[in-house]
Design a protein around this ligand. Structure first.
Ligand SMILES: Nc1ncnc2c1ncn2[C@@H]1O[C@H](COP(=O)(O)OP(=O)(O)OP(=O)(O)O)[C@@H](O)[C@H]1O
Ligand SMILES: [Mg+2]
Length: 329
């Protein structure tokens, strides 16, 4: 059963292409991640699928309903936790939930029961009567997740669920997200630019960059596709000749240069390091450091884009700065 179907979705903002013909499907009960740097188009995708924004072209359905023709049914079927916090700080946790439940037209008794349930689910039952302004960042995020669940949505959108939270609180939130998905059977689509979050949580991920899906699979398969081990050499000076020599070796699958780092994909990495260091010396290349690791999602991203996710984000910020300058700000 398909929970979400997206076909050739495009979104342009005054000619700027934010979403560039993306297509994917999310199965019922799946935990699906959109992983990408700042400005990749993750929030835009979520906003279109939750009917807050109209697509320029393309088709999508959520819980079996066409997002263009059947907005009301889409809205009834989904819960959403926004990237920007959207709680009323001057109300208590319960009051925030109450307000939301009323908007969904839930009766008094049902509201009371459901508020109790969702507060228990995110372990905030003792905090229901506390003003939200006295909540910690992690507690606020959990309350927002509870609010997104109040009307028992089939599909839950989580836009950067752990952005800005400390490592320990993030882990905590990950546990809730897993629990919701596995125990309550909610289909979840989340966005993140934390590689390890996508790796830990998601059954499948789409890596998105400049509005395009550049890779899509289970985290394991994406990493396996790169194959073997990754040896990273930090080198001094010109290493082009060395690179060419390495490329000729049988056991080397690929070599990429990135600033002063050479990323070498090999089979049985631990055995190959001495040979590669020898070769560097013969080519007069001074090696400053060597590391060996299994491919991570960061390597997958680097493989497909030639950049790390951080560099991509820095590039996005620079583009924003330039366009602001153009508008004389
Ligand atoms: N309302 C808008 N008007 C003009 N441009 C927009 C608008 N909303 C988004 N964009 C642009 O579309 C691109 C994608 O933005 P989006 O918010 O979807 O990115 P994102 O992947 O969610 O990034 P982040 O990780 O920073 O949240 C960006 O370049 C952004 O500046
Ligand atoms: Mg976003």
């Amino acid at each position: 059963m398909v929970a979400i179907k997206v076909e050739n979705l495009v979104k342009k903002f005054n000619g700027f292409v934010a979403i560039d013909y993306i297509s994917f499907e999310v199965k019922k009960g799946e935990l699906f991640g959109l992983l990408g740097p700042n400005g990749a188009g993750k929030t835009t995708t979520i906003n279109i699928l939750s009917t807050l924004l109209k697509q320029t072209s393309g088709y999508a359905e959520v819980a079996g309903y066409d997002i263009s023709k059947d907005k009301n049914n889409v809205r009834k079927s989904i819960g959403i936790v926004f990237q920007e916090p959207a709680l009323d700080n001057k109300l208590t946790g319960k009051e925030n939930l109450e307000f939301h439940a009323m908007m969904y037209g839930m009766g008094k008794e049902e509201r009371r029961r459901r508020i109790k349930e969702v507060l228990e689910l995110v372990e905030l039952r003792d905090k229901g009567d506390v003003l939200v302004e006295n909540y910690s960042g992690g507690m606020k995020r959990r309350l927002e997740i509870a609010r997104g669940l109040i009307h028992r949505p089939k599909v839950l959108f989580l836009d950067e669920p752990t952005l800005g939270l400390d490592a320990q609180t993030r882990r905590h939130i990950w546990e809730y997200i897993k629990k919701l998905n596995k125990e309550e059977g909610v289909t979840i689509i989340l966005t993140t630019h934390y590689m390890e979050e996508a790796d830990f949580l998601c059954d499948r991920i789409a890596i998105i960059d400049h509005g395009k899906i550049i890779a899509m699979d289970t985290p394991e398969r994406l990493k396996d596709k790169l194959g073997g081990d990754i040896i990273t050499f930090e080198v001094e000076k010109d290493s082009d000749k060395f690179m060419n020599e390495i490329n000729k070796l049988d056991f080397v699958k690929s070599v990429k240069k990135h600033n002063s780092k050479l990323t070498i994909m090999v089979e049985q990495g631990e055995k190959r390091i001495p040979e590669l260091i020898d070769m560097a010396q013969k080519n007069g290349v001074k090696v400053k450091s060597v590391s060996l690791h299994k491919p991570s999602l960061e390597d997958v991203f680097l493989h497909f884009t030639g950049k790390t996710i951080r560099e991509q984000e820095a590039g996005q910020k620079e583009r924003v700065r330039k366009s602001m300058r153009r508008f004389g700000r």
